[in-house]
Ligand binder design. Sequence first.
Ligand code: WT7
Length: 662
Amino acid sequence: MSDETLSNLLKEDRRFEPPAELAADANLTEEAYARAEADREGFWAEQADRLSWDTRWERVLDWDNPPFAKWFVGGKLNAAYNCVDRHVEAGNGDKVAFHFVGEPVDDKQTITYAELKDLVSQAANTLTDLGVQTGDRVAIYMPMIPEAVVAMLACARIGAPHTVVFGGFSSDALASRLEDCQAKVVVTSDGGYRRGAPSPLKPAVDEAVVKAADLGHTVEKVLVVRRTGQDLGADGWDSDIDVWWHESVEQASTEHACEFFDAEHPLYVMYTSGTTGKPKGILHTTGGYLTGAAYTHWAVFDLKPETDVYWCTADIGWVTGHSYIVYGPLANGTTQVLYEGTPDSPERGRWWDIIEEYGVTLFYTAPTAIRSFMKQGREIPDARDLSSLRLLGSVGEPINPEAYVWYRHVIGGDRTPVVDTWWQTETGSIMISPLPGVTHGKPGSAMTPIPGVAADVVTEEGESVGPGNGGYLVLTEPWPAMLRTIWGDDERFKDTYWSKYRDQGWYFAGDGAKLDTDGDLWVLGRVDDVMNVSGHRLSTTEIESALVSHPKVAEAAVVGAKDEDTGQAVCAFVILRDEAGDGGDDIVEELRAHVRTQIGPIAKPRQIMVVPELPKTRSGKIMRRLLRDVAENREVGDVTTLADSSVMDLISKGVSSGAGGE
Ligand code: WT7
């Protein structure tokens, strides 16, 4: 096996045809692939026509100065007008935009498109009153409440790029982002509800404003929603900069004439952390981004805006919340559920209760959530009526085949297609995914680039690997929702994404992938995580999926640790399903043997550790870097981006006392 390509070992034979009813009435059909291939720019222009433009573009794509793209050159539009006003003007003002569900049971609110238009106009007027002008940056640090969406759209309405910082981030993380994008105003709330209790946010903003000042940046105003009513304390309010939402926005005029901005006007900056160094501010602009978000949401979820009830469980602090709660679904006039809290508050069935109550038809979540439900057992969802669901989506990590099948079977009642959607903060919209009415489902595979997108799997030198082989995942043509740069750092933008295949002009995403013998694509995870065992390049994802296919295992993380004989050796950390108890005395041998039969002797872990938790980022991605430290008996490195920093203590203790080791 060549060292150039990732070893390609796992076999998966299960297939699921698109449901006949869905296929017969699908938004996008087979012919779209050829049509987009024959005239890519024409295809994207057709998608841009989903939007309302104040001035039509003169040129679809300007790629004269790569990697700096301009899409829909000369066009003018307003993103908030497209997401809200035009639906009201079309006579759909009474349609529900959001069924908001707060974490406290019975905290519910329904917001129509007409109401949303008033709220966004009021907030736009208030931001202008606070001194925000077109081009100024506004930071948003909020729980998952309707005002967060309103604040984003108000920024878009006045052409002030927003930067939403996830509410779980610390004041340091907030301060560095405020400074990096020079935010003039912060929109926040006193707090939000988290696992049954009010959890404060405003104090972190106060700290961040001081820390940003230490970095030389002055935040002028802080606009505060009263959500929990918790006491802010004597020092918790500075009337020179703090302004209550209910004393400003809620008193403002609901009239706001929107301006139209250039298609390339900045819409938002979303910070994403790389493996090293300071977070990158990914810049998205208006016309191309909104086109990509609206088209993919319509095509990949087969959205029928008249009848569907859509729910994406992501937080608006991540790009998924931007593209698939705010911009895509609202541009399409969707009715959605917006939920504030955690899946297990007040009890483990909360999500399934919400699906039942609102008759959710389209559901979009992450593999990490699916695996945690697998761990808890199927009795919980089985006790609810989930028959309204007609399509399920997955995003954020490779979905292990076993988790895919469980999702389809237990949550989807074996009726629903599962769309495994590959994309990134940088790509802005979904790039690789099945089309639910066209593509058959193959558990674990994101299948093929959607119509309009061109991708390949290539060697270090840029040769296509061809079916049956693994390599680097690249995007070979520009696309409308692509990032335009890293905020304030064009050089880093070029180096990070465009230097590996500079001669070819391809975007390198940082992921490894394989093409199976049908030519379908399997994303194998970040190339930084790839292991080299006796000269074989093995993907962590495949071995993790083999472990998760064992009935006692809910989650697995695999890393390569230095090994005298083989260069690197496979080390696995597993979480058992609740029903498996402690797994029994032979659990480690049982799992090693299982990997051996599933994949082959080369992949058999040298070591397997049974652990209670895995280290994850706040968006749910496993941090393998920290597990490598444990596997190589090193001091555990920087844990600041961990969602729960005590997890590493638990794992390290378990390992040093020998529990679950070999
Ligand atoms: C990275 C991007 C995409 C929005 C949420 C995460 C991994 C994402 C998949 C998938 C395999 C996936 C990749 C990618 N990833 N979706 N369906 N299958 N891997 O955005 O935080 O920018 O992360 O997430 O490694 O590069 P992000």
